[in-house]
Design a protein around this ligand. Structure first.
Ligand code: F6P
Length: 546
């Protein structure tokens, strides 16, 4: 795709993580007034592009021009920056000269006093442009602008070809010669999706799998709510196009944004302070789901987000859960995506700490995440050859740790590596919390172990907290594949109307379980498990007598 020079200095988007730089060409066409009409849009993002088109049985040219703009903008994320090119002077001038301000003041009457036609579409455009940074540009109709000529041909072509949205102005993908035949979808409607709770590598891979799986196999559209449950309450959402998920498989984070402080049942616009003093905004969420024509909501989250999803299922929202957390502590799945990536990051860190521990003959303590379960500490500790692994499931004894370090020293090993989960605590004690502006967060156990150990043995110690490093960066290949399998399964559940379930991994098979099972308790490390025994068998200490 060659860009016209005028597009090169494209304006940056509105602030926020959803800012993209889109160029959009729109056009409408109608034979008769009213008569059969078609609309089309070409959306460009960098070198990628998508074409949208649709038709209506009896309509007008202006209605088709407006529909093209509405459809194109609804496909772009909130917060994005967009340049719209149209040959409709009426549409472009309306926005450039703020006609709608006057219409609104005059009770939707134009300067002649007549009722403004197509008010529904103008209002929709007002809403869409309020959430995006849009610049309007007039192009010469039938001029030498190649993209305008193409979008014009598309709109005319749409009048002729059949599509499911005929007569409604609904989006209608252009048929391609090699397009696979679509599978039967019993559920109908649209899929909503959100990512809730702490982020982790693999979220984008799931979003991509849901969007592509839905479009390619069932011709379904997916609407993404931004920033977790906040987007659902505030109606901050957009259709996620194939284009928006292109190239995100290997990207960490989530293109939708997330939040672990937004509970629609106890809602505060500035984020929950966990005092149960917020407002119940669940009714707004239901209205918003309805507004987008969503027939099932896919919630990608850990224990907190899935509990909220479960509450919505009790209100009648058909839910599909996808388990996510680096902690791997959800009971109904063997593995959550994100875990393998976090373990890989922690293992690499332990490998690096190893070399400096050896050079300086020190005791090095590495604190990893894991609130109630020690999966990351156990897995990364074993993979990185940690000498001592401390997990919440096995309260530790400082003297036991000291014994292990001594035993190693007597064998000529002048350094030791301790891997400690953030939720680990001493026998008879409790987990350590930091109190930051009234919010209790786990933290500080690594430093405490390091300081205390120096007091009982004659060696220097240092502590490193890996923290959010474990949640960042690219997903591992394992997580990309697992996330893709989860996303595809979620769409399959949707198409079968198999709702209020969470997809899961059992052994190497993808399946699903009722949501009740998914939110029942925490999956913790079993101290009698073969994995713990294997670690002990190669000399690893858990800081206590096993
Ligand atoms: O649930 C995942 C987790 O990584 C926990 O292990 C950790 O305590 C928590 O998230 C931290 O969340 P945040 O700092 O983003 O609030």
């Amino acid at each position: 795709m060659i860009f016209p020079a005028s597009l090169i200095n494209f304006r940056r988007g509105v602030s926020g993580m959803n800012s993209f730089e889109y160029v959009v060409y729109t056009d409408g066409s109608c034979s008769g007034n009213p008569g059969p009409g078609g609309w089309a849009a070409i959306i460009l993002l960098g070198e990628k592009e998508v074409e949208l088109s649709g038709k209506a049985a009896a309509t007008t040219n202006q209605r088709m021009e407006l529909t093209a703009a509405v459809e194109a903008l609804s496909h772009l994320p909130s917060g994005s920056a967009v340049r719209v090119y149209s040959d409709s002077a009426y549409l472009v001038n309306c926005f450039r000269q703020r006609w709608m301000d006057r219409w609104q003041k005059n009770g939707w009457r134009n300067s002649k006093g007549d009722a403004v036609v197509n008010r529904d579409l103008w209002l929709k455009l007002l809403e869409l442009t309020g959430k995006r940074s849009v610049q309007w540009h007039k192009v010469k109709g039938h001029g030498d602008d190649q993209l305008n000529a193409r979008v014009d041909r598309l709109a005319r072509g749409a009048i002729r070809h059949d599509c499911p949205g005929a007569g409604t102005g609904e989006s209608c993908p252009r048929p391609k010669n090699n397009q696979p035949s679509l599978k039967k979808n019993k559920a109908g409607g649209r899929i909503g999706i959100l990512t809730g709770g702490g982020d982790c590598p693999g979220l984008n891979a799931v979003i991509r799998a849901v969007v592509k799986g839905a479009a390619h196999n069932y011709g379904l559209e997916v609407v993404g709510f931004n920033n977790g449950f906040m987007g659902l309450v505030e109606n901050d959402a957009q259709v996620i196009t194939d284009l928006a998920v292109s190239g995100i498989l290997n990207r960490g984070g989530t293109i939708l944004g997330t939040s672990n402080r937004d509970n629609p049942f106890d809602y505060k616009p500035q984020g929950s302070d966990y005092t149960n003093t917020g407002e119940d905004r669940s009714a707004d969420a239901l209205v918003n789901l309805d507004h987008w024509g969503i027939t099932s909501l896919v919630v990608i989250g850990g224990d907190g987000s899935l509990l909220l999803a479960h509450r919505f299922s009790k209100l009648g929202v058909p839910i599909i859960g996808i388990p996510k957390t680096i902690d791997n502590d959800l009971p109904a799945t063997d593995i959550t995506f994100g875990f393998d990536s976090a373990v890989t990051t922690a293992t690499e860190a332990i490998d690096k700490i190893h070399t400096t521990a050896e050079s300086h003959h020190r005791v090095m303590v590495i604190e990893v995440m894991g609130r109630h379960a020690g999966w990351i500490a156990l897995q990364a500790g074993m993979a990185g050859g940690g000498d001592i692994i401390l997990i919440p499931e096995l309260p530790f004894d400082l003297l036991c740790i000291a014994d292990k370090i001594d035993e190693r020293r007597n064998r000529g090993k002048k350094f030791s590596i301790i891997v400690v989960a953030e939720g680990a605590f001493p026998a008879g004690g409790e987990p350590l919390y930091e109190d930051r502006s009234g919010v209790r967060r786990l933290g500080g156990i690594g430093l405490l172990v390091s300081r205390e150990i120096e007091k009982v043995i004659d060696m220097e110690s240092r502590a490193t907290v890996l923290g959010h490093l474990q949640r960042g960066g690219s997903p591992t290949s394992y997580d990309r594949v697992l996330a893709t399998r989860f996303g595809v399964k979620a769409v399959e559940l949707f198409s079968e109307k198999s709702f209020n379930r969470m997809v899961c991994l059992k052994g190497n098979s993808i399946g699903s379980v009722p949501l009740e099972e998914a939110v029942a308790g925490t999956k913790r490390v079993d101290p009698d498990s073969e994995q713990v025994r294997s670690a002990v068998a190669v000399g690893t200490s858990f800081g206590c007598r096993l």
